[in-house]
Design a binder for this molecule. Structure first.
Ligand SMILES: [Zn+2]
Length: 360
């Protein structure tokens, strides 16, 4: 997407970290933005903020905000997903006690054009034809956020439609955060990155652990008739017949990549562009990719997502694994590398300190 500047996370003095290891990752954050983390912790002792995360489906919104909380403070920061809330309605309308309480809350708190019984009917029949009204989503989001206690919140999935962009300008008043800063966090991820994340995603049929054949392999890889398969790392997961680790498999539909969610991705892009043009609200712009020719100037080598490929060594009867930086074309067709989540979170931390006015 245009207008998202490159953010430099490359250090003056090179120091290597293993970003997949929790402890090394902690040292990494201290090294890259220790001062900013201290300022944020100090701020969060007596203050909160609301950050609206806007990014395409599978752009890493949850990953970034959870990692932010891991680094800055789990007690003070919450991640609230509107999508998860909406999915929970499904269970609520099937439990008579919960349903009764749900309806009674809405009778008191919902104001809107669509009649309540029509909404409940749509939820019960799982009808996707009826779009849940924004007024309903807002009333329920307010209730759920009140349950979190007073915390800084990353709101994921709101605004969800264009009409909700204007609602979001008043949302902090609605939930009683009037004096706290609110910020839009816009995430730019090339479509090709999302496509390959989905296409090469595999899950263990037994423990449901998710991995990626190209981007996140397991320790053991199996070869059969020119194809390669990840074997689950969980020692409890064994294949039935052969008493060996279970083979991870592609979930039906994933081989199509982004094709089935193309309409959703386009809508998300329109939303991001709309929010990009909002005036008077601080915006944090995060990008997942760097043009390959600029990578060494802006990032350290270990901050780049690696890609794995496999060859069968027939002589030694084993799989050989090659690791090199993942290369994708961004939406403008520029050959790019993709950043690991931690450097994106460094960019978020540094921009947030400025946005809420606690920078030096
Ligand atoms: Zn497993």
């Amino acid at each position: 997407m245009e207008g998202f500047p490159l953010f430099k996370t490359k250090s003056e003095v090179y120091k290597k970290f293993d970003l997949t290891d929790v402890n090394s990752r902690k040292d990494y954050f201290d090294y890259k933005c220790g001062e900013e983390i201290k300022k944020l912790r100090e701020f969060l002792k007596n203050n909160t903020f609301i950050a609206y995360l806007l990014g395409k489906k599978s752009s890493g919104k949850g990953t970034y905000s959870k990692m932010f909380a891991e680094v800055v403070g789990r007690e003070e920061i919450a991640h609230f997903s509107i999508g998860d809330m909406v999915r929970s309605f499904d269970e609520i309308v099937r439990d008579s006690a919960k349903k009764k309480e749900f309806i009674s809350f809405l009778e008191k708190n919902y104001r809107g054009y669509m009649p309540l019984d029509k909404i409940i009917e749509a939820l019960e029949t799982r009808s996707t034809k009826v779009l849940l009204p924004s007024e309903l989503i807002l009333a329920l989001a307010k209730r759920e956020i009140a349950k979190l206690g007073r915390k800084a919140i990353f709101i994921d999935g709101f605004p969800r439609d264009l009409d909700q962009v204007s609602y979001s300008l008043f949302f902090r008043d609605l939930i009683g955060y009037r004096d706290d800063p609110d910020i839009f966090v816009l995430i730019d991820v090339p479509t090709a990155v999302i496509d390959e994340r989905v296409k090469f995603r595999v899950i263990c049929p037994l423990c449901q652990t998710s991995r990626n054949l190209k981007l996140l392999p397991t320790k053991n890889v199996e070869h059969e008739q020119g194809k390669f398969y990840l074997l689950c790392d969980n020692s409890n997961c064994l294949s039935v017949q052969q008493e060996k680790p279970a083979r991870m498999a592609t979930k039906e539909g994933d081989e199509l990549g982004i094709e089935p969610i193309k309409a959703r991705l386009d809508k998300d892009e329109t939303l991001i562009k709309q929010a990009f043009n909002l005036q008077g609200v601080p915006k944090i712009l995060l990008r997942n990719s760097i043009p390959a020719e600029k990578t060494s100037e802006f990032a350290d080598d270990y901050e780049i997502t690696p890609a794995y490929s496999y060859q069968w060594n027939n002589k030694e009867q084993k799989v050989e694994i090659t690791e090199k930086p993942w290369e994708v074309k961004d939406d403008q067709g520029v050959l790019s590398n993709s950043l690991m989540p931690p450097p994106v979170v460094v960019s978020l931390i540094k921009q947030l300190v400025k946005a809420i006015g606690i920078g030096s």
